[in-house]
Design a protein around this ligand. Structure first.
Ligand SMILES: Cc1ncc(C[n+]2csc(CCOP(=O)(O)OP(=O)(O)O)c2C)c(N)n1
Length: 290
């Protein structure tokens, strides 16, 4: 179980990741900043707490597998993998989205072996994760497969085929985290394609469903601490209620900040200030991050 010091350390890391993302959004231009900021706490908790991996070698056989099904939010993963020791963060910051860079708008496993698969076309990650989890079970392997999906992404029919297949194949080693920020690219999910009663739908598909505040580090740690053993039979779906653009007042819940760039240094400094102030106030007990 995560103690208080661990949770505080993870919160610091999440604040640092948000600052790095904002810098990328200023320097490189186009970043899917809204969705990056909504998954920052989830990604931090996975890469710095919940997942097993070897920082010296990304292809260690015993590693937990990670799939970013909402591949447009690669920025958060580049930063997490750099922090995990797989490459130099400066290379990410200097070359993201530049011609011939390894760090494109969407992640490509042909140039980065830290990614199990390339993603960006939505709707495929869960199906691939089901296949990887089934293969692991057939081979008697003990690792887990973690996958992050967007809620808008679940408008793709293939997601529901995979949701149906995972319990059938008894994939207790599969953990899907759905980033429930309630916005898709162009507006609210409940307007574009009603998803509610979302949790009930996943339950009806025979998943073990855990609902959390996906911007609350303690709740995330608890959800990952309480995962059933990898050799059990029921897949887990963590329905993570988040805020798109979390931490920046003019980006939060604003579809215009699905993707974008920060145009000037003054705005960047204002954004960084918002993140650092919020973290400092939380540490002093003056305000809650949630
Ligand atoms: C197959 C496919 N169709 C359309 C897109 C364009 N697209 C990129 S992001 C996005 C919205 C996804 O919404 P959601 O999954 O909720 O992501 P989030 O809001 O968390 O960023 C769309 C439609 C795509 N990448 N892939």
């Amino acid at each position: 179980m995560a103690d208080l010091a661990t949770i505080e350390r993870l919160k610091d890391r999440a604040a640092d990741m948000r600052v790095d993302l904002l810098k990328l959004c200023y320097k490189a231009g186009l970043l899917h900043i809204g969705g990056d900021l909504s998954i920052t706490d989830i990604v931090t908790c996975l890469f710095h707490y919940a997942m097993k991996y070897d920082p010296k070698g990304c292809r260690w056989e015993g590693r937990d597998r990670f799939i970013l099904s909402k591949g447009h939010c690669a920025g958060a993963i580049y930063i997490a993998q750099a922090n995990a020791g797989y490459y130099d963060k400066q290379e990410v910051m200097d070359t993201y989205c530049a011609l011939d860079s390894r760090f494109g708008l969407h992640p490509c496993c042909q140039v980065l072996d830290t990614f199990e698969i390339s993603t960006g076309a939505l709707g495929h990650g869960l199906s691939i994760s089901v296949g990887m989890a089934k293969a692991a079970k057939m081979d008697g392997k003990k690792h887990r497969v973690f996958v992050i999906l967007g809620d808008g992404e679940s408008m793709e029919g293939s997601v529901w085929e995979a949701l149906m297949a995972a319990p059938q194949f008894k994939l207790g080693n599969l953990v899907a985290v759905v980033d429930r920020n309630r916005l898709s690219m162009d507006g609210p999910t409940e307007v574009n394609m009603k998803l509610e009663p979302y949790a009930d739908k996943f339950r009806a598909f025979n998943w073990r469903v855990v609902e959390v505040n996906g911007n609350d580090m303690k709740e995330l740690c608890t959800a990952f601490d309480n995962l059933p053993p990898a050799d059990s039979d029921i897949p887990t779906l963590i329905l993570a209620n988040t805020t798109k653009g979390k931490g920046i007042d003019f980006m939060e819940n604003n579809p215009l900040w699905h993707a974008g760039s920060i145009k000037d240094e003054e705005t960047l400094n204002n954004c960084i200030g918002q993140i650092l102030d919020a973290r400092a106030k939380e540490k002093r007990g003056e305000a809650s991050w949630q």
